[in-house]
Design a protein around this ligand. Structure first.
Ligand code: SF4
Length: 198
């Protein structure tokens, strides 16, 4: 059985990848990265939702410490329209480094579950990070389980957020008359950006 570290953006997006990987006999541990989820109260809410979900299904999760809002904004400054790619990179690289320290066989991400993320870019960045860190990237197209994940998250009563994560995506969610910095990000990300309320 292989050991895999799964970057988890939020609990609803984790449901289908966790079910699938466990069914394949993979030994899983989750990894939560907080720095791209704004404001802090939203980050806490997503983390608490993940904690409850993880406890319910017996999944151990590593929670990255801190809340580096300043670092995130500095990296996004002056390249806001392309901010998602470095954001993916930061999250996947962090996951890979944690996986390397923990001697996991591979790392992956629940970002591959979302129908609204830039799927091909995530795959490409995951493979690039893999080459740089020496940790294999487990690619799977989890989008096939979108409906299953949405239904199960509702059945479990999980909190389903309405924007991807960063403060820019929050603005694009609620300030629809304003200039969209990244139209893809409006519905980017987590299951939660899918029209529940959309
Ligand atoms: S919209 Fe989502 S993926 Fe893009 S920068 Fe913001 S948090 Fe990251």
């Amino acid at each position: 059985m292989s050991r895999l570290l799964l970057h988890i953006c939020c609990a609803p997006c984790a449901i289908y990848p966790v079910e699938t990987l466990r069914a394949e006999g993979v030994e899983l541990m989750g990894y939560f990265y907080p720095h791209n989820i704004h404001p802090y109260t939203e980050c806490l809410r997503r983390r608490e939702t993940l904690e409850g979900y993880a406890e319910a299904i017996g999944l151990r999760v590593i929670y990255e410490r801190g809340f580096d809002l300043t670092g995130f904004l500095r990296r996004a400054a002056f390249r806001e329209s392309h901010r998602c790619l470095p954001c993916y990179h930061d999250r996947l690289r962090s996951a890979a480094l944690v996986a390397r320290r923990g001697r996991f066989d591979a790392f992956s991400t629940t970002l591959l579950y979302s129908r609204f993320q830039k799927h091909d870019d995530i795959r490409e960045i995951g493979e690039s990070v893999s080459k740089a860190t020496g940790v294999p990237f487990h690619y799977a197209d989890f989008r096939a389980g979108w409906d299953r994940g949405v239904a199960e998250s509702r059945r479990m009563g999980l909190y389903r957020q309405q924007y991807c994560g960063c403060i820019y995506s929050e603005r694009e969610r609620y300030y629809r008359d304003g200039p969209a910095v990244n139209s893809a990000a409006r519905n980017n990300g987590s299951a939660a950006s899918e029209p529940e309320a959309d």
